[in-house]
Design a protein around this ligand. Structure first.
Ligand SMILES: Cc1cc2nc3c(=O)[nH]c(=O)nc-3n(C[C@H](O)[C@H](O)[C@@H](O)COP(=O)(O)OP(=O)(O)OC[C@H]3O[C@@H](n4cnc5c(N)ncnc54)[C@H](O)[C@@H]3O)c2cc1C
Length: 357
């Protein structure tokens, strides 16, 4: 197995032209997606690192794809800003490019949206070795085909990302979290559905199985007590209040996605599928985020069993950790459109997970 360490887009172009089967690796925090097969050349993308442009006044950041999220977050925090899709695995070394390619968001995406909602522009090398730019670094950028959004969740199949532009937001001046335990799942879900449809603006709306809701509020410090009161009244029951460092640690720890042994899998259900999922999953360690629209779980059994379970619920899953040759499980979401885009950008199948016929 060959491993290359490009440090510039030109070196990525050269490497792609010289090798027929290529797999990118960012921080290696999602090994199920970045472990190569025998015949693949690995491009370690960490050498393409560093923030290129950041103008806090414009709320725009441009960085090379191999930049660790931790570095990006540190820089943004100095100006009271953040990536609102709240990417996971920051502490494990996740990079900006790997996060986009895997399409990963975290609990705070509840407030403003996921990674796809914040990407403004991309630069990547396609399967013919061409350097492609799409989108830009201005927020109003509607011209042309929206390639940047297509790269989200593309798993490195459309091109190797070399640079990304993002819209960023101000971080709330203060945050607080209310954890409300319910006697039964049905009651917790009833509250979750009501909250999701209400005008209460939560930064996170998570279900901690079996029946606890974790509700994160953010805003001005002086406004939070009244908003907490309103939230408690809306819920009709008291909860545990987390504040300050304990609150920050609670979400930071969750962001590591260390749910348990075995495979780490991301599923995107809808909130209404939770009762059936809960019945099927039993005691599997898991966490529902974003009002039940995002599920991370740890699976410590044969992956084929989870594949069957997801199929029976009409769901697809993406394996992030744990050894597998096929990280996409459950129902097949591969669309004809996606295949056509891949065929156009990578006609020789350099980035295809299986060798071209
Ligand atoms: C309110 C709400 C909140 C949500 N929150 C989240 C969230 O926080 N995080 C989240 O991940 N999802 C979330 N979802 C679900 C998400 O919007 C999509 O429904 C789901 O497909 C996940 O998309 P993804 O790109 O992140 O996932 P991925 O599983 O990475 O990929 C999505 C799709 O891209 C396809 N694909 C990948 N590579 C290629 C390729 N090369 N060519 C063609 N197709 C390709 C896959 O087959 C799949 O269909 C949410 C949904 C709702 C309604």
């Amino acid at each position: 197995m060959t491993v290359l360490y490009p440090t510039s887009p030109a070196e990525v172009q050269e490497a792609i032209r010289a090798h027929s089967r290529v797999r990118a690796r960012g921080g290696g925090s999602k090994p199920a997606l970045s472990t190569p097969t025998e015949d693949q050349t690995v491009l370690e993308m960490r050498g393409l690192s560093g923030v290129k442009e950041y103008d806090p006044g414009e709320y725009v950041l441009v960085a090379r794809a191999g930049t660790p999220l931790a570095e990006v977050e540190r820089l943004l925090a100095q100006h009271g800003q953040y990536l609102p899709f709240d990417p996971p695995l920051v502490e494990q070394g996740a990079t900006l490019g790997g996060t986009v390619a895997a399409g990963l968001s975290g609990p705070m995406r509840q407030r403003y949206g996921g990674v796809r909602d914040f990407i403004l522009g991309v630069q990547f090398v396609d399967g013919t070795g061409q350097l492609v730019r799409a989108g830009g670094k201005v927020v109003k950028n509607a011209a042309g085909f929206d390639l940047p959004k297509l790269m989200v969740g593309s798993l490195g199949r459309l091109g190797l990302l070399t640079e990304l532009a993002f819209k960023v937001f101000p971080y709330p001046k203060a945050t607080a979290t209310l954890r409300v335990a319910f006697p039964k799942l049905e009651a917790a879900l009833e509250a979750l559905y009501r909250l999701a449809g209400s005008s209460i603006e939560l930064y996170a709306l998570d279900l901690e199985p079996p029946a606890t809701l974790a509700l994160r509020l953010g805003g001005l410090p002086e406004a939070l007590p009244a908003r907490l009161e309103r939230l408690t009244a809306f819920m009709g029951r008291a909860g545990d209040l987390l504040q300050g460092e304990a609150e920050a640690r609670y979400w930071r720890d969750l962001n590591r996605l260390e749910l348990g042994a075995g495979y780490l899998v991301k599923v995107a259900p809808s909130a209404r599928q939770i009762p059936a999922l809960e019945q099927a999953l039993g005691s599997v360690p898991r966490r529902y985020m974003s009002a039940g629209n995002l599920l991370y779980l740890a699976w410590n059994d044969e992956l084929a069993q989870l594949d069957t379970l997801l199929r029976s619920q009409n769901l697809s899953g993406l394996v992030l950790r744990g050894h597998t040759a096929r990280p996409q499980i459950g129902i097949d979401l591969e669309q004809v459109f996606g295949q056509r885009v891949a065929a156009a950008l990578d006609p020789q199948g350099r980035f295809s997970p299986t060798p071209p016929q």
